[in-house]
Write a new protein. Structure first.
Length: 429
């Protein structure tokens, strides 16, 4: 444990690390691990989409011309293909264009302006609107709330999902209208919600009659190991608990096929789907149904989707292994960091020594390594502990990930030594 070193040994180690860091900087690197973007090789896996639909066959199973207007809900065969992934029957799924984030954004805006099934009035007419935000969490969820003045209440994660005792207490406040959830391989911790957590979220009493779980199952099929973890079906749990309208489920093919040209999905109760379509029907005359046909003919069925994701795993898993190996080799036993070992998703979350995350990001930047800003995983970008780092190894090449991970581990260690040394110097005064 580094904290147990004598002042002289601590200074000696700091000098050694500074020398190693200075040598690393001379490599002149320019590597980016800020966002969970699919690598070009992953995108290449879906290049077969570009040749579809072939033979001029633009017609759905129901003989709809996919080149034309109409069908706001999306083609029946596209909804059926992703029914298992969404945990909903095809008639309770809406297929959108490329971004599930856009569907989440629209749902928030429509709730503010129009209200939801069960609303007494539109949310914008309430004196206070708040959301529960499990932390560390997804910065873009928090950005939506910040943009519309929705008060965010951080809730810690436990390894099984959010702290449910605290969630149940906070949800009793009528001002709390919703909660962000990434229930499987969560961004950034890799959290997998337990069945008990899901059951309690579905069954808990809420102060707001129109409380909603924004269930962003972005990594539903994004496994990093041979074990395909499953979570409880939130829609079924809510219905069983007598709160059929509570969950709004979102997902997309952004990290399945093409990140910028995939399909997005919304699933919920019959009442919520009718509400969504009524709003969406004013916004669009129909989604890109040609792209829906492409996906159906490319992936074919649930087995085809599984096989496709196995090919992604072959490319991704070695990169995650490289990150974890570097952290273990450099930081194990030092006492200055702990990290997740995700079974799926796109991130490794590292908790560095309290008060050092910003310094780690700055050291990395000076060495040519771009990391997600410290604090991004908390509402308003403010991590009260200044410790959480989100590492995204998907986009760089495997060799680049190895190099970057070595540098990141070095930066974490150097930042910790600087802070501990400063503490020693302060104590000596």
């Amino acid at each position: 444990m580094i904290a147990d070193l004598s002042r002289d040994d601590l200074q000696k180690l700091r000098n050694e690390l500074q020398e190693a860091y200075d040598a690393f900087k001379t490599r002149g690197l320019k590597l980016d691990m800020t966002r969970g973007k699919p690598a070009p090789e992953q995108l290449d896996l879906a290049n077969g989409l570009l040749a579809l639909p072939g033979n001029g066959d633009y017609y759905s199973d129901a003989r709809e011309d996919s080149r034309n207007y109409g069908n706001v809900q999306g083609l029946a065969e596209a909804r059926a293909l992703f029914s298992r992934m969404m945990g909903a029957p095809a008639d309770r799924i809406v297929v959108g264009d490329n971004a599930s984030l856009a569907m989440m954004h629209d749902s928030i805006v429509w709730a503010l302006l129009k209200g939801l099934p069960g609303s007494v009035q539109p949310w914008a007419r309430e004196s206070d609107v708040a959301f529960l935000c499990p932390v560390p969490g997804y910065d873009r969820h928090f950005a939506i709330c910040a943009d519309f003045g929705i008060r965010m209440i951080p809730v810690p994660l436990t390894g099984q999902g959010p702290d449910m005792d605290l969630v149940e207490k906070l949800a009793a406040d009528p001002a709390v209208k919703g909660m962000w959830c990434v229930p499987k391989y969560a961004n950034p911790t890799g959290e997998i919600y337990s069945d008990e957590t899901t059951r309690r979220l579905a069954a808990m009493k809420t102060g707001a009659p129109d409380f909603r779980l924004f269930w962003d199952n972005a990594y539903a099929v994004h496994h990093l190991t041979g074990e395909r973890h499953e979570i409880a079906n939130i829609l079924e749990a809510c219905e069983a608990a007598g709160h059929a309208d509570r969950a709004l489920v979102f997902a997309s093919t952004s990290k399945i096929t093409f990140a910028g040209a995939g399909l997005a999905f919304f699933a919920s109760s019959a009442a919520n789907v009718a509400w969504y379509l009524a709003r969406a029907g004013k916004r669009t005359i129909g989604p890109d149904k040609l792209n829906q046909i492409r996906h159906v003919r490319f992936l074919k069925d649930d087995s085809g989707l599984t096989a496709h994701m196995d090919r992604h795993r072959t490319l991704l898993a070695p990169k995650f292994d490289a990150v974890l190996r570097a952290l273990e080799d450099r930081l194990a036993g030092t006492g200055v960091a702990r990290w997740t070992q995700p079974k799926g998703g796109y991130f490794v979350s590292v908790d560095a020594l309290d008060g050092t995350a910003e310094r780690v990001v700055a050291l990395a930047k000076a060495a040519g390594l771009a990391l997600t800003p410290a604090g991004a995983t908390w509402p308003h970008g403010r991590d009260p502990h200044d410790r959480t780092l989100r590492l995204a190894p998907s986009y760089p090449s495997l060799e680049e990930v190895r190099t970057a991970s070595e540098g990141i581990a070095l930066c974490i260690l150097l930042a910790a030594i600087e802070k501990l040394s400063a503490g020693e110097a302060s104590d000596a005064q």
